[in-house]
Design a protein around this ligand. Structure first.
Ligand code: 3HC
Length: 394
C-alpha cells in the first residue's frame, strides 16, 4: 500500500495512540479519533512523551515536532475517516461497540478504503458482519507498546480479499514491522492464545498456593529470561483489558478460567500500572515492580510455560500457524529471548507432558490435556535437544 498517506486510528487508548505514533513516525498522516476531548489530550501527551524519549536516543530520523504535525486529533467520526485509505479501529474489546463503529464506517468511508481492526480476541468475521462488503475488513493486530514491539499479526476472515491481505502486509512492512499471517480466524489468533495460557497458568499456580506472584514472575524473568513476569505483564497490559480479552475468547470456545485473583483486583479498581496498583504497586519513585532474583528457582519455568507449548501444538495441528510464525510471534510480539518451540525442545517434550499432567492433577482443568502432537512426539522418541530431534533437529 505504498500510497497510503492518510490513515484514521479510532480509539486513542494505549494501543490506539501507540499505533498512531508508529504511523506518523513513518511519514503517514494520521487522524486520531475518540469520543471525548480528554482521551485525545491524554493520547497527545503520551505520544509527545514517547517521541521525546525516542528523540533523546536518536531512534527517530526527524524531530518530534515534525512527526507531531502529522497527527490530528478529532472528535467527529465522519471528518476523521471520510478521506482515509485505511482505518484502524482500536476501541475496547466489546463486540457491540466494535460493530457499531464498523456500521458507521460503512456509511462514512470511501468504498475503496480498507477497514482494519486491532482486536486482540474477537473474530474478524464477526466484526465484518457489520459492513456491506466484508472483503475489505482485515485484522491488523499490534502489540503493546506498539512503538517498541516489532510484530504485527495480519488476520484474514473467510471473506477478506487477497488484495486487502496483501495491502495490510505491505503497510506493516512500510512501518518497519514484521507481519505474520494468521491462517485461520480463531479467537486470540496466534500470540494471545500462547500468552493467555501462560497468564492463566500463572494465576492458577497462585490460586492453588503452589507459588506466589513474586515467585512466578522471578522464575519467568530470571529463569526463562522473559522481559517481564506474567503478573508484571498483566499489570502493564491492564487487568481490565485482560478480562475483556479472556472473556471474549472463552465465549468463543477457548476455555480460560478467569479466576478470583484477577476478578477481585478489577472489582477493586486495581487495573495495573495505569491505576497505580494491580498485582504490584506503582509510584513515581518506583515505576517498576521489584521482583526478587533469589526466587527464580522456586519452580521450573517449564511448569508455567507447558500450557503455552500445548497451545502451540494445537496451532500447528490445526494449521493456524507454522513453527516459524510461533517462534517469530513470541520473540517479536512478547520479547521472548528465543522461540517457544526451541525452549520446549530444551526442556524436553516429556517434561512438558509431565508438567501438564501435574498441573491437571492440581487444578482439574480439562484444557491442560496434552495435545496428540506432543504425545506422538514422545512415543516416537522426539524429546527435543536431548534426543537430537524435537520440534526441530539438532
Ligand atoms: N516510547 C518510547 N520510549 C519508551 C516507551 C515508549 N512507548 N516505553 C518505554 N520506553 C523507554 C523507557 O522510558 C526507557 O527509557 P530510559 O532508558 O530513558 O529510562 C526505555 O524505553 C527502556 O524501557 P524499559 O527499561 O522499560 O525497557 P525494557 O528493556 O524493559 O523494554 C518493553 C520495555 C519493550 C516493554 C519490554 O519490557 C517488553 O518487551 N515487555 C514485554 C511486552 C509484551 O509482552 N507486550 C505484548 C503484550 S500482549 C499485547 O500487546 C497483545 C494485546 O492484544 C493484549
Amino acid at each position: 500500500m505504498g500510497s497510503t498517506r492518510t490513515v484514521a486510528v479510532l480509539g486513542a487508548g494505549t494501543m490506539g495512540h501507540g499505533i498512531a505514533e508508529v504511523l506518523a513516525i513513518h511519514g503517514i498522516q494520521v487522524n486520531v479519533r475518540d469520543i471525548e476531548r480528554r482521551f485525545l489530550d491524554n493520547a497527545k501527551q503520551k505520544i509527545e512523551w514517547s517521541l521525546k524519549k525516542l528523540q533523546e536516543k536518536n531512534q527517530i530520523n526527524e524531530n518530534a515536532e515534525r512527526i507531531m504535525s502529522r497527527l490530528s486529533f478529532e472528535l467527529d467520526m465522519q471528518k476523521a475517516v471520510r478521506d482515509c485509505d485505511l482505518i484502524i479501529e482500536a476501541v475496547p474489546e466489546d463486540i457491540n461497540v466494535k460493530k457499531d463503529i464498523f456500521r458507521q464506517l460503512d456509511l462514512y468511508t470511501k468504498s475503496s478504503a480498507i477497514l482494519a481492526t486491532n482486536t486482540s480476541s474477537l473474530p474478524i468475521g464477526e466484526i465484518s458482519s457489520a459492513v456491506k462488503d466484508p472483503s475489505r475488513v482485515v485484522g491488523i493486530h499490534f502489540f503493546n507498546p506498539p512503538v517498541m514491539m516489532k510484530l504485527v499479526e495480519v488476520i484474514r476472515s473467510t471473506s477478506t480479499s487477497d488484495k486487502v491481505v496483501r495491502d495490510a502486509i505491505s503497510l506493516a512492512k512500510e512501518i518497519s514491522k514484521v507481519p505474520i499471517l494468521v491462517q485461520k480466524d480463531v479467537p486470540g489468533f496466534i500470540v494471545n492464545r500462547l500468552l493467555v495460557r501462560m497468564m492463566v497458568t500463572a494465576r492458577l499456580l497462585v490460586e492453588k498456593r503452589m507459588a506466589t506472584v513474586e515467585e512466578v514472575d522471578s522464575v519467568l524473568k530470571y529463569g526463562a529470561k522473559l522481559p517481564m513476569g506474567a503478573f508484571e505483564l498483566a499489570d502493564y497490559i491492564g487487568l481490565d483489558v485482560i478480562t475483556f480479552v479472556e472473556k471474549a475468547m472463552s465465549q468463543r470456545g477457548f476455555h480460560v478460567p478467569l479466576g478470583t485473583l484477577i476478578e477481585d483486583k478489577v472489582r477493586e479498581g486495581k487495573l495495573g500500572v495505569k491505576t497505580g496498583s494491580g498485582f504490584y504497586t506503582y509510584t513515581k519513585e518506583q515505576p517498576k515492580p521489584v521482583i526478587p532474583l533469589e526466587l527464580s528457582s522456586k519452580i521450573n519455568s517449564a511448569l508455567i510455560l507447558a500450557p503455552s507449548v500445548n497451545e502451540a501444538a494445537w496451532l500447528l495441528s490445526n494449521s493456524v500457524a507454522s513453527k516459524d510464525d510461533i517462534e517469530v510471534g513470541v520473540k517479536l510480539g512478547l520479547g521472548f529471548p528465543e522461540g517457544l518451540l526451541h525452549m520446549a525442545d530444551e526442556w524436553g517434550i516429556d517434561v512438558i507432558i509431565s508438567s501438564l499432567k501435574s498441573l491437571y492433577k492440581a487444578t482439574g482443568e480439562a484444557w491442560l490435556e496434552p495435545q496428540q502432537l506432543l504425545l506422538s512426539m514422545v512415543s516416537e522418541g522426539r524429546l527435543g535437544r536431548k534426543s537430537k530431534k524435537g520440534f526441530f533437529e539438532y
